[in-house]
Design a protein around this ligand. Sequence first.
Ligand code: F6P
Length: 367
Amino acid sequence: MSEQAGGIRRIAINTGGGDAPGLNAVIRAATLAALQEGWEVLGIRRGYMGLLEGQVDGEPGIFPLTAQSVRGIHHLGGTILGTTTRGNPFGLEVRQPDGTWGTVDRSQEIVDAFRSMEIDALIAIGGDGSLSIANELCNKGLPVIGVPKTIDNDLRATDLTFGFQTAVEVATDAIGRLHSTAEAHQRIMVVQVMGRHVGWIALESGVAGGADVILLPEVPYSAHQVAAKIMERERHGRRFSIVVIAEGARASGEEPSYADSTGRYGGIADRLAAELEELTGKEARTLTLGHIQRGGSPTAYDRNLALRFGAAAVRCIREGRLGTMVALQGQNVTSVPLAEAISELKRVTMDMDLVMAARQLGISFGD
Ligand code: F6P
């Protein structure tokens, strides 16, 4: 079977960037589908580090993926290959002789390693950052198929990314649980969810979880408007309020400033809670959900989407559609050019029907 697929004999798979529930399901589906084609499958540990370092944590950096090694993993969170957010081969961080940090470009080593190991294609599973790296490697001659992954769901070329729905479920459950305690204490609860540049998790979990206010990176907010909504509820005898805020949200007239020097986000919920206490005279507490949104088992939907993506990636290789990314469009998984896939983020827009429905339900966006 392998011979008809353009001479493909051996492929590799890696996972890069922040993890998302469903990565293992992609690895399982891609491996089993590739084995069915008669291809050999290699897993690269921790993005490209396994190739560059040879060993990762005392284990071979690149190793065979077999039916045995992908058995029983499709429901598990994390990734059996490991991942890193600091493994960009075009700009790897290195300690300089003077103790400061610099970067070095080791991308050519990867292209050369693929040639010398006779690996015919790479399935790169990642978000916008990892897919941009994959695209650059593709431009250097490495045959790549991208598989989109991010709980943020911010890639325009695909209707959904796996992991997103799981994150929304986790956040919705947390928001739901806050209602009774917020009401018992007549408090404002400010819940910070992930979403650096886009507010999909905040929007979907906020509406499903019954939030009173939802603040998104796409819509600059006014703390006064948020306070006004809370006081309006107060006048109607609703003495508690739930505010859901995406980590990348920003007050109007301000830049998104809640990333620290390492690019990590945090702190916006605490700041808003302090402002709301001042403006309303009510007690405000915060909850930052953080990485719990990325952990644990994927939902059935995310498992299936991830399995479909993994299998579709193998079809792309078989059919010679290299340099593309698999994508969900409507009911079907198709493929789009990688360069196009990474060109634009998918943002929440205020004319979406979920936003309009939220407004009709009386939910405030703080604008
Ligand atoms: O890109 C997904 C994401 O979950 C963001 O929403 C969040 O800011 C980021 O990853 C955090 O990643 P880490 O803490 O692993 O660097």
